[in-house]
Design a protein around this ligand. Structure first.
Ligand code: PEP
Ligand code: MG
Length: 869
């Protein structure tokens, strides 16, 4: 393979091979912009070097040939003692990893060539300054010497002076000091041979790909670890030649707001790293106009050219050498979420991109960021602890420790934060009443996290440092701060921070827009146009997971085209628990039927509300799923109550205790739940189906879909289906009967299951739990951090579908299901339905829709649009 490309040979689309910097330098070269000549060593060479522990055959020869060519063009030789060519050796991976990898400037200087440089430039100070910079960067980067040693030496020499006040003789002395540091610390002389300097710098850049900070950065940013970096060898131009020279950075638009204009910084008489290091104060770019009008004008022209060419916001690094402008780098610039939407629409209106492209220029994550209220300020000194950022947003309120108290205070108009060790279905009312939820246990798929996300409520979970004492109504931090019931706290679901006291919050205009109010706002207008276009191109439908008419109504306002999951167990809480207890305690068929008869009208009313709220759109109702013991009192509490009461204990309590013991399971998640429950408790599923049928009839809903959970074998489904069909026939209602695919066996036997199912909905929460054998309730706090650190996965499989494992099961189920039943309707209703990457996967495997919590609906719509483009 070819390992080295001259800048004239590459282009911006070769980022995989040339890295971002190399590809863009080539692009600018070919646009005729003033780029210093140079060449790029490919990422392929890096991968070979890292994989085999040495440079690939042929690389040295190619580098030599390109260097000779460069020398010919520059009419100088590298490190020549009379008139040296100097080069920079710069890293540049496909994805920008700011400051993570290495760069060495001024390669080619030694004790002789520094004199040649001084003579040719007529600037002795400059020559020695360049030389000391080389030794400093080389020592730190290539020889791994502590950078502070060099910094301390220059600080000592400077005393009270600025770095620009150092004179040639000072810098010459500094070079000797630096060479001494190199000798002491690395046990070798600073290499005088220019080609050796260059080769060592190239290896150092390759090695820096695996430096710990680079590894960590890649993991955080989800950049694959196997890409490697390219190396750019560029003829040096000098911003440190005097007052008519300098270096700067610029943006073609404001990366914070998207406003067009001149944004950037300039530093006179300096090399690039001085700007980053902040050793002197830069001036606003506009001031370059007064310093060097010609260069300023040329820069503005080049910025316009780049924007027109890249059709996007660009950021730029440049150097002015004695009044001559040089471009050292450009790339499509990073920007805030708000700027991303505004710039995309600005570019459409300027005719630079079309709407398809505008949709691809923004992401669901950016939209989600715009939808959450935010804290207006950072309050690090008031931070109590940091937990997991389970559900975004910013919430402020008084700490309360029980749901009852949350409901009570909220009823009086107080804002409260519900603080629990962990939550359970009993806390629902408290969670609804609270502004936010804070728990000390459990991960991102714990009850608190899932339910809070569903409600769009801010949640920080697994804040393990907090000692939560519910009985005493307080929590304690490791440093002994005690927060009592009624104390105000603020929680940030975006970064997991917990603060003492009130941090000011700003609301999101984008949510107001989705809610149907139309704030007159440029950002909102941009979001509106992009969403409309995403909707017009997407193939995937978007539904919501919703259990109440209120959630259903919000989901519709947010653009949901139906309900993909109504979890009916949420309808058995509160006052109705008594009825469920009766059902569990029933001994005779008559008693059982009486309990079911009491539940049925309530369920009918529930479903009527949902059908009405959805006004003819499809509504998928899942029959009851969780183990029954979840509806019974806690075994310890109940045992104590019964024991204390002695002979006086109420008969019902005794029977409840017996039932709790009887129903107790070691692994309830793998136990008597879902379809197993329906097949075990006669009449339970039938009651629910009858309620659905009655509600459908009453409201004229024609798109009811009845969903059976936890099916693993077609036989289970057949039995339930037969009974359900009989009831539907009896009531004269037409409804689809389908199943969740959430047990691995169901995915693997989907061809059989499709015989009995009119639709599939992937329950990827359980499917992930059972495929990996990770408990969705416990696992994240226990060892996920470690797994993420070790790179076993880059992101939790409960957040983003694990394509290779769980995704493979989904693919198999989709294909084999449709082979049995062409046109089989396929959806997903696990938490992944609102995750951007997972939405793309669902598009790829041809699902009909995704279903997610109402607040994620806009994100799913946008990502479904992006997936289709
Ligand atoms: C699932 O398992 O993905 C699912 C949607 O069901 P639940 O989360 O209620 O178990
Ligand atoms: Mg499930």
């Amino acid at each position: 393979p070819k390992y080295v490309y001259d800048f004239t040979e590459g282009n911006k689309d070769l980022k995989d091979l040339l890295g971002g910097k190399g590809a863009n330098l080539a692009e600018m070269t070919n646009l005729g912009l003033p780029v210093p000549p140079g060449f790029t060593i490919t990422t392929e060479a890096c991968r070979h070097y890292l994989g085999h522990g040495g440079m690939p055959d042929g690389l040295a020869g190619e580098v030599a040939a390109h260097l000779t060519d460069l020398e010919t063009r520059m009419r100088k030789r590298l490190g020549d003692s009379d008139d040296p060519l100097l080069v920079s050796v710069r890293s540049g991976a496909k994805f920008s990893m700011p400051g993570m990898m290495e760069t060495v400037l001024n390669i080619g200087l030694n004790d002789e060539s520094v004199l040649g440089l001084a003579k040719q430039s007529g600037n002795e100070r400059f020559a020695w300054d360049s030389y000391r910079r080389l030794i400093q960067m080389f020592g730190k980067t290539v020889l791994d010497i502590d950078g502070d040693l060099f910094e301390n030496a220059i600080d000592e020499l400077k005393g009270d002076r600025e770095d620009t006040d150092l004179e040639a003789a000072d810098l010459q002395r500094l070079v000797e000091t630096y060479k001494g540091i190199v000798r002491d610390k690395s046990g070798r002389e600073f290499p005088a041979d220019p080609r050796e300097q260059m080769d060592l710098a190239i290896s150092a850049v390759f090695d820096s790909w695996n430096a710990p900070r680079a590894v960590l950065y890649r993991r955080q940013e989800r950049i694959p670890s196997g890409l490697g970096t390219a190396v750019n060898i560029v003829a040096m131009v000098f911003g440190n030649l005097g007052a008519d020279s300098g270096t700067g950075v610029a943006f073609t638009r404001d990366p914070g707001s998207g406003q067009q204009g001149v944004y950037g910084d300039y530093l006179q008489n300096a090399q690039g790293e001085d700007v980053v290091a902040g050793i002197r104060n830069t001036v606003p770019l506009q001031e370059l106009e007064g310093i060097d009008t010609a260069s300023y004008r040329e820069l503005l022209e080049i910025m316009a050219t780049l924007e027109g060419h890249y059709r996007d916001l660009c950021d730029i690094e440049f150097t002015v050498e004695r009044g001559k402008l040089w471009m050292l780098q450009t790339r499509v610039g990073k920007r805030t979420a708000e700027a991303a939407f505004r710039i995309a629409i600005q570019l459409v209106d300027e005719g630079l991109i079309d709407m398809d492209e505008a949709v691809t220029r923004v992401t669901g994550d950016q939209l989600a960021q715009l939808m959450f209220p935010r804290f207006a300020t950072q309050e690090d000194d008031r931070r109590l602890t940091t937990g997991m950022n389970a559900s975004p947003g910013a919430a402020v309120g008084r700490a309360v420790f029980t749901s009852a108290r949350a409901v009570e205070l909220a009823g009086r108009g107080e804002d409260v934060i519900l603080v629990r060790r962990e939550t359970n279905p009993d806390d629902l009312s408290g969670m609804i009443a609270a502004r936010g939820v804070l728990t000390s246990r459990g991960g991102k798929t714990s009850h608190a996290a899932v339910v809070a996300r569903g409600m769009g409520k801010t949640c920080v979970c697994g804040a393990e440092e907090l000692e939560v004492d519910v009985a005493a109504r307080r929590f304690t931090t490791p440093d002994g701060t005690v927060v009592e019931e009624g104390d105000v706290i603020s929680i940030d679901g975006g970064d997991g921070a917990v603060y003492l006291g009130e941090v000011p919050v700003v609301a999101s205009p984008v949510v107001e827009y989705f809610e149907g109010r139309r704030p007159d706002d440029e950002l909102v207008a941009a979001v509106d146009r992009i969403m409309a276009h995403a909707d017009s191109v997407r193939a995937l439908g978007v539904r919501a997971n919703a259990d109440t008419p209120e959630d259903a109504a919000r989901a519709r306002r947010f653009g949901a085209q139906g309900i993909g999951l109504c979890r009916t167990e949420h309808m058995f809480l509160g006052d109705r628990r008594r009825l469920v207890e009766d059902l569990i305690l029933a001994v005779t068929p008559e008693e059982r039927q009486a309990a079911l008869d009491a539940l049925e009208p309530l369920q009918t009313a529930d479903f009527t509300g949902l059908f009405e709220a959805m006004d003819g759109l499809p509504v998928t109702i899942r029959l009851i799923d969780p183990p029954l013991h979840e509806f019974l009192p806690d075994i310890t509490e109940l045992s104590v109550r019964v024991a204390l009461a002695g002979d006086e204990a109420q008969d019902k309590d005794r029977r409840l205790l017996e039932a709790v013991k009887r129903l107790h399971e070691q692994n309830p998640m793998l136990g008597l739940r879902g379809v197993r429950l329906g097949l075990t408790i006669p009449g339970l599923f039938a009651m629910q189906v009858r309620a659905i049928a009655t509600a459908a009839k009453r409201t004229g809903a024609r798109h009811a879909e009845i969903m059976i959970p936890l099916v693993g074998a077609v036989q289970e489904l057949e039995i339930v289906r037969e009974e359900a069909q009989a009831i539907l026939a009896e009531t004269g209602v037409d409804a689809l009967i389908g199943t969740m695919i959430e047990v691995p066996r169901a995915a693997l036997t989907a061809g059989q299951i499709a015989e009995a199912a009119q639709f599939f909905s992937f329950g990827t929460n359980d499917l992930t739990q059972m495929s990996w054998g990770f408990s969705r309730d416990d696992v994240e706090s226990a060892f996920f951090g470690r797994y993420l650190d070790l790179g076993i996965f880059g992101v939790s499989p409960f957040e983003t579908i694990d394509r290779d494992g769980v995704g493979r099961l989904m693919r198999i189920a989709a294909e084999e299901g449709r082979r049995t039943r062409p046109g089989l309707k396929l959806g997903i209703c696990g938490e992944h339905g609102g995750d951007p990457d997972s939405v793309h996967f669902c598009h790829e495997i041809g699902l009909d829709y995704v279903s997610c919590s109402p607040f994620r609906v806009p994100v799913a719509r946008l990502e479904a649009g992006r997936a289709a483009l």
